[in-house]
Design a protein around this ligand. Structure first.
Ligand SMILES: Cc1ncc(COP(=O)(O)O)c(C=O)c1O
Length: 383
């Protein structure tokens, strides 16, 4: 009975052209990983991490328990202090992933009667948080100050209003209009929660992210930084007041009831931040690749205006996440597969992950992508 139900659901996905499958990467050009600075494959960094790890006296393979039991370490405490400094907050708390941090933070911080306002394009992990909470929740249109203000006005008598935004939106790759959003929150005494997953490491001094780069960090109630993307490792931290961190230690379920990260993971995170600080060219090279992509794709679009180009490139975006909208799951998947066959790893983002009609190719740029490689990618897309 149950198997049949599961099978029917899978069949429905197949029919809609959006069945997910695990696959191994075979293509030679990486335009799909979140390893924006190439740190996950950086041999020099790997050596630094290995040496640092082997110098530690206590090298347990696993943490052996949650942080509240046997899994705590002086290394984790020191790393949190260092992260709080990097991200210019009072305190920081490590989580095992961005997903865990987001779902735990949003679900435990809000109570019945509170209101959560969220940008319609926020990540699934933040949505998981409001689904698990007892607060009322409403979306506002993407990056739309007017719509947010309308909703802030409508709910100004709620005990607490949270506003959830991202620095760089993971599906569109565009930046949040952060200053204006935070000022609006301030005007209505709302509490902004900012997910910096796709800006951690790549924006600001030492990879401190968008809020710190703009000097706006004090306007945020909580900020989430993740280490599985530009940091090349795994994990996340929440940064905020000491009261917030003490609260999370007591109420964030994924923190309390899950085994802490192994020491090697913590060494990797710390070393990556040191490495980014030591080599600012990592960020500069990424910026130059993003500029190159934008200039070249615009040239190609102009030159191919007489051709039947059936997709719309949303270019001129300054993040490493670039998208090309191609309506319809089948059309989008077809072009992605064709590019994979030619050796370019790019991924189709299909509905229901994005709205129907908003399907897109998602292209992630890295500092290690050569200009010629980017040219070849674009030329092949427009062929
Ligand atoms: C905006 C955003 N937040 C959080 C996450 C989850 O982070 P992690 O991969 O560390 O679980 C992602 C992952 O893609 C993301 O894009």
């Amino acid at each position: 009975m149950l198997s049949q139900r599961l099978q029917e659901k899978l069949h429905q996905r197949q029919e809609e052209g959006n069945l997910r499958r695990l696959s191994l990467s075979t293509a030679q050009h990486d335009f799909f990983s979140n390893d924006y600075l190439g740190l996950a494959n950086n041999q020099e960094l790997r050596q630094i991490i290995d040496e640092k790890y082997h110098q530690l006296a206590d090298r347990r393979i696993g943490a052996t328990g949650s942080r509240l039991l046997s899994g705590n370490s002086s290394y984790a405490i020191r790393l949190e202090q260092k992260l709080a400094k990097i991200f210019r907050g009072e305190a920081a708390l490590l989580f095992n992933s961005g997903y865990n941090a987001n779902s735990a933070l949003i679900s435990c911080i809000s109570q019945k009667g509170d209101v959560i306002l969220f940008d319609e394009l926020i990540h699934a992990s933040l949505r998981e948080g409001y689904r698990l909470s007892f607060a009322n929740r409403y979306s506002f249109m993407h990056n739309d100050l007017e719509d947010l203000e309308k909703k802030l006005q409508a709910h100004q008598h709620a005990p607490v209003v949270f506003v959830i935004i991202e620095s760089v939106y993971s599906m569109d790759g565009d930046n949040c209009i952060l200053k204006e959003m935070l000022e609006l929150c301030q005007k209505y005494n709302a509490y902004p929660i900012l997910d910096e997953a796709h800006s951690t490491g790549i924006i600001g001094e030492g990879g401190c992210g968008l809020a710190c780069e703009l000097g706006l960090e004090q306007l945020c109630f909580a900020r989430i930084y993740t280490f599985g993307k530009a940091i090349g490792s795994h994990g996340a931290c929440v940064v905020g007041s000491q009261i917030l961190i003490n609260y999370l230690i007591n109420f964030a379920r994924s923190f309390i009831f899950s085994t802490a990260a192994p020491l090697h993971n913590l060494v990797s995170i710390e070393s990556a931040f040191d490495y980014i600080k030591q080599f600012p060219d990592l960020q500069a090279d990424l910026k130059s690749r993003i500029n190159f992509y934008n200039v070249y794709i615009q040239q190609v679009q102009v030159n191919s205006s007489n051709l039947k180009v059936y997709f719309e490139a949303a270019s001129n975006n300054l993040s490493p996440i670039q998208i090309i909208k191609i309506s319809g799951n089948e059309n989008c998947k077809k072009l992605a597969n064709c590019m994979i066959d030619k050796g370019f790893e790019i991924r189709a983002i299909l509905s229901p992950t994005v709205k129907a009609g908003e399907e897109r190719l998602r292209i992630c740029l890295h500092n290690f992508n050569k200009e010629q490689e980017i040219k070849d990618l674009i030329d092949n897309l427009y062929q």
